[in-house]
Design a protein around this ligand. Structure first.
Ligand code: ZN
Length: 363
């Protein structure tokens, strides 16, 4: 069993982390008090438990309701800068060396900020964090499935406008059921015409058709979750006996899946850690890696997600290094930058850790 201390130190890459799902409880309290926003508790421990309880109700709809509180306290440039800055500090504390954080700018315009100033404030906070820690980042702008396709197009244009200032891609988030990604096709076409990057939440609460549409109709380059891809396979334990065309396509094209263990258990997208599809996909060489989704609501961190994978799937340190490399290969920054981080940061730090702990091999 890999010691938790080493899991904490191993270089990590986070590609699916919501800015409004990862606030520190104390920050929610500080900002709520400053702006007279009602919150369920002003005790950090109690408040953290309230957020986690919202997640454990096993309903994506109810889960999303807890975000009303976090977005309510993120309506000023100062608050957005602080939350973004602290996200980078928290990543640094668990040795995330590169991360992509995402948020929906439209949800932060309730007090009159423009989407443009919202994005600028978040980028300033992230940049301040990068300067202090060296953690490299990319920002993803989310459109919401339940909001108008015209708004999605506007956000797609905003993402492209900021491509040289830290924004690295576009995402579609929100409740999958009854909100197919193809409704937002114009936004995706805009991004594709500009040679930019797309990730789409799909196959979390809803099935294969959602994943297929995201990839083949909307042109996604990564999938958020993709948990239900397992429905396109017949299994004998961890062995895949046969696969449908979609699962073959995803595997053959090395299509990246951003998998979130604790989040899936919380929302009911997977029944238990032991039966989560991650293990089958990882052991059968799909391009999968671990992400947190919402650190606050799932009471998690990337270190905890890796520890869950070690405990439930028997992953070795070599496996954890592979997960970091898989994620880095799937990042939305340029190829040369990715190679630099893979070889000069991830592999180098892993070699140093091997020496420090006296491992001749990760296994
Ligand atoms: Zn998500």
């Amino acid at each position: 069993m890999v010691p938790y201390d080493i899991i904490r130190k191993i270089p990590k890459v986070e590609l699916h982390d919501h800015l409004d799902g990862g606030l520190r409880p104390q920050t929610v309290i500080d900002l709520a008090h400053r702006h007279d926003i009602p919150i369920p508790s002003s005790d950090p421990t109690e408040l953290a438990a309230w957020f986690e309880k919202g997640c454990k109700l096993k309903s994506l709809r109810l889960y999303l309701e807890t975000f009303a509180v976090t977005t309510a306290v993120m309506q000023t440039e100062e608050a957005l800068r602080r939350v973004a800055y602290e996200a980078i500090l928290d990543w640094h504390a668990e040795n995330i060396v590169y991360g992509e954080i995402r948020f929906a700018p439209i949800l932060h315009t309730m007090q009159g900020l423009s989407m443009d100033s919202v994005v600028r404030a978040v980028l300033e906070g992230l940049e301040q964090g990068r300067k202090e820690t060296g953690v490299q980042f990319g920002l993803l702008l989310c459109a919401m499935r339940s909001l108008s396709p015209n708004l999605s197009l506007e956000i797609a244009k905003l993402a492209v406008a900021y491509r040289d200032r830290g924004v690295v891609g576009f995402d579609l988030a929100g409740d999958e059921k009854g909100n197919p990604p193809k409704d937002h096709i114009e936004a995706f076409q805009f991004i594709r015409n500009k040679n930019f990057n797309i990730t789409i939440h799909a196959g979390e609460a809803y099935g294969l058709d959602s994943i297929w549409q995201a990839i083949q109709v909307c042109g996604a380059h990564r999938i958020g979750h993709g948990t239900r891809l397992i429905d396109d396979m017949s299994l004998d334990g961890l062995h895949i006996e046969s696969m449908g065309d979609l699962a073959h396509f995803v595997q053959d094209k090395r299509f990246p899946l951003e998998m979130c263990l604790s989040s899936n258990i919380g929302t009911g997208a997977a029944a238990s850690f032991g039966t989560h599809p991650f293990q089958v996909l990882f052991r059968n060489h799909f391009r999968v890696f671990l992400c947190t989704d919402n650190r606050l609501m799932s009471n998690t961190s990337l270190t905890k997600e890796m520890d869950i994978a070690v405990t439930n799937f028997g992953l070795s340190l070599k496996d954890l290094e592979k997960i970091s490399v898989n994620a880095m290969k799937s990042a939305f920054i340029h190829h040369e930058q990715k190679l630099d981080i893979i070889y000069n940061v991830i592999k180098k730090q892993c070699a140093d850790l091997r020496r420090e702990y006296g491992y001749s091999d990760w296994n």
